[in-house]
Design a protein around this ligand. Sequence first.
Ligand SMILES: [Zn+2]
Length: 289
Amino acid sequence: MSGVTFLGTAGGRMVVTSQLRKSGGFWLSLAGKNILVDPGPGSLMRSVELGLKPAHLDCIVLSHKHIDHSNDVNIMIEAMSGGSFRPRGMLLAPSDALEGDDPVVLRYVRNYIRNNIKVLEPGFKCSLDGVTVEVVIRMTHADVEAYGLKFSFDGKTLGYVTDTKFFSGLPEAFKGCDYLIVNMVRMTHDARFEHLLPEDVIRVLKVAKPPPGHPQPLRPAGRQGKTRSRGPAHRKGVQSPHHRRRRRHAVQLRHWQSSYRAYHQQLQLIQANYSQTFYHGGIAPYPDN
Ligand SMILES: [Zn+2]
């Protein structure tokens, strides 16, 4: 089964550095492949907390090199390769994340994946044995290379609109996606920052809307959503470490959800227009209207 797990939906300096929301990027399980996108601060911790196994990753993708998208890339490469002892996996990243004055991928960890690194650029497309990753458009975002991506799997397409300001051609690039993840950091315009605003997201959705007929929502990956036997420890009224860990996760999740409340309220503008769009980082069956 394919699914997406948000290891965090934070973006922007203040939300990330305060950890008002987590910032680990998102983990795609698509057609049997595990792909980590934009491993920001806390990506390793969140994935382990949620029962995901970094050593099972097949690919790590950086849409761009800003720290809220790339902070954990090195440790996740190390984790993907079993601490370097089982060299495997692939990295996809823009050239300025790899070379130039200020690369973010350490050179020594590149050996852990046998330098299996592909450079994202306009027209990029690669196949991961059942999943195709392609660059659909170059974003306009500060002074870094940033790319909008599409992941195709099992006859479906998931689009990722990473950080960018709105520009002509952006919505069209994501036309026909079955699912869409959109980074929206700001509620109001500020010329200093090149990010999407709510009205920009609406413009994207109005054009990118796929043909009628909504796909099934993607289910979260990892342990979430699975039903498990409660086990003998539960029947005896004694909690095993496993159950304590699950309970702790549940508490963390409630805390996490409550911190979203104010954020959700701010997003009523979109909700009013697009009742089927959801927001924890915005994966969406598209709106009807
Ligand atoms: Zn950015």
